[in-house]
Design a protein around this ligand. Structure first.
Ligand code: COA
Length: 374
């Protein structure tokens, strides 16, 4: 809401750009990705198709898809400098998201399109190589024969994933590929609006994504489910958290006033995954925790309609894919880089620096006092 000085806290409701990448309708609970409802696209599109769609506003035909896959696949390998950096920071036990931010900055500057391809292609390699280094294992070379999502899982484990796993990950990556003017996308657009490069924009976006109010929530959301352990303990545990003034991770959203449509897409994908494979007990427990949290949030903030957001089911789905909690946010970045780069192209097209104003609250007309007289 705007105050008398024109300040809109958190820029809520402020329109900062035009985009054809995605439309978020918070009242209706709708997400449209380049014209397609997210329910229509996720689960069907490969990640490569989603990136192509976001960049070119059209789905590729078979030839275009084959050549786009090839363009990405041949850029997966990391440079010696990137590998050296990752080994150095792994020895210092730097968190994965920080390592990703640093390593993304080593992608060579070039033409915008080349930078964007290199970023999309190499983020999974960075995350997977770093994870293996942290575990004391040798990184696995990317396999150009595998699709983007399947190759990421392959580089983590050294084994090509089954179709169900690859499909679940593609569903996730497409679901989170773009989401209007979210904080990390805005950060990327601000950087590129200065005519800086796309590598810098993506490094900034990774930094913004890391925060627990944006992409950092799924790890803590799952930790809560683990800590609760038994459905019967959910109410007491969550009440205590709310009583301490804490937020429940995986619930609430700046834009959605109803359920986040991405939560439904990921809930269906998680159900499919846990039905065929995985820890059924954890899945049931998570559903119970969700229901209890929704009931308590309705009591806690009546009339606000705090609902499950994308992060809750992200946590469940990625855990079902056997990804460790520390990789949840880096994996979010692997999906969202599709949107970040698409927004960078759009911002470059508009070529107008994003430069808002601030309201000065400080003193006026101070006089200089020499240090010995203070
Ligand atoms: N748990 C408890 N209380 C919550 C809450 C949550 N998950 N989400 C919002 N609230 C409370 C806020 O503290 C606020 O209370 P107040 O009026 O006493 O200050 C009230 O509900 C309204 O908040 P709202 O305006 O809807 O939130 P926001 O737009 O400032 O923030 C989020 C949106 C996403 C940052 C917020 O919902 C949140 O922190 N959620 C948990 C983190 C998370 O899951 N992030 C991933 C987002 S995809």
């Amino acid at each position: 809401m705007e105050d008398r000085a024109g300040l809109v806290a958190g820029l809520e409701g402020v329109v900062a750009a035009e985009t054809r990448l995605s439309r978020v309708d918070g009242e209706e609970g709708e997400l449209i990705v380049a014209g397609y409802p997210v329910e229509e696209l996720a689960g069907r599109a490969s990640f490569e198709e989603t990136v192509y769609l976001l960049w070119y506003d059209v789905l590729p035909d078979p030839e275009q898809l084959a050549s786009f896959r090839e363009e990405l696949a041949c850029r997966r390998a990391l440079s010696g400098a990137t590998m050296d950096l990752l080994r150095a920071v792994a020895a210092e036990r730097v968190p994965a998201m920080d390592a990703l931010r640093m390593a993304a900055g080593t992608v060579r500057p070039g033409a915008p399109h080349d930078e964007a391809l290199a970023l999309v292609a190499s983020l999974p390699t960075i995350v997977a190589a770093y994870r293996r280094m942290q575990e004391g294992e040798e990184p696995v070379e990317p396999d150009p024969e595998l699709g983007h999502a399947a190759n990421y899982l392959y580089m983590l484990t050294g084994e090509a994933p089954g179709e169900e796993f690859a499909r679940a990950l593609e569903t996730y990556l497409t679901t989170v590929s773009d989401h209007g003017m979210n904080a990390s996308t805005f950060a990327a657009r601000v950087i590129v609006s200065t005519r800086s490069d796309i590598v810098s924009a993506v490094v900034g976006a990774i930094g913004a994504l890391k925060g627990p109010l944006h992409g950092g929530a799924p790890g803590p959301a799952l930790d809560v489910v683990f800590e609760i352990g038994e459905a019967s303990r959910a109410e007491a545990y969550l009440r205590e958290k709310l009583g301490r003034g804490e937020r429940l991770m995986g619930f609430g959203h700046r834009i959605y006033r109803v359920r986040d449509p991405r939560a439904d897409v990921l809930a269906a994908a998680a159900k499919r995954l846990y039905d065929t494979d995985g820890d059924r007990r954890l899945y049931e427990l998570a559903l119970e925790v969700e229901q209890t949290a929704l009931r308590l949030l309705a009591e806690h903030k009546p009339g606000r309609n705090l609902q499950t957001n994308v992060e809750f089911y992200t946590a469940l789905l990625l855990h079902g894919l056997e990804l460790p909690t520390e990789l949840f946010t880096p994996t979010f970045a692997i999906g969202r880089v599709a949107g970040w780069t698409g927004h960078c192209f759009e911002q470059q097209g508009s070529d107008r620096i994003i430069r808002p104003q601030s309201v000065y609250l400080g003193e006026e007309n101070r006089r200089w006092v020499p240090v010995e007289e203070r």
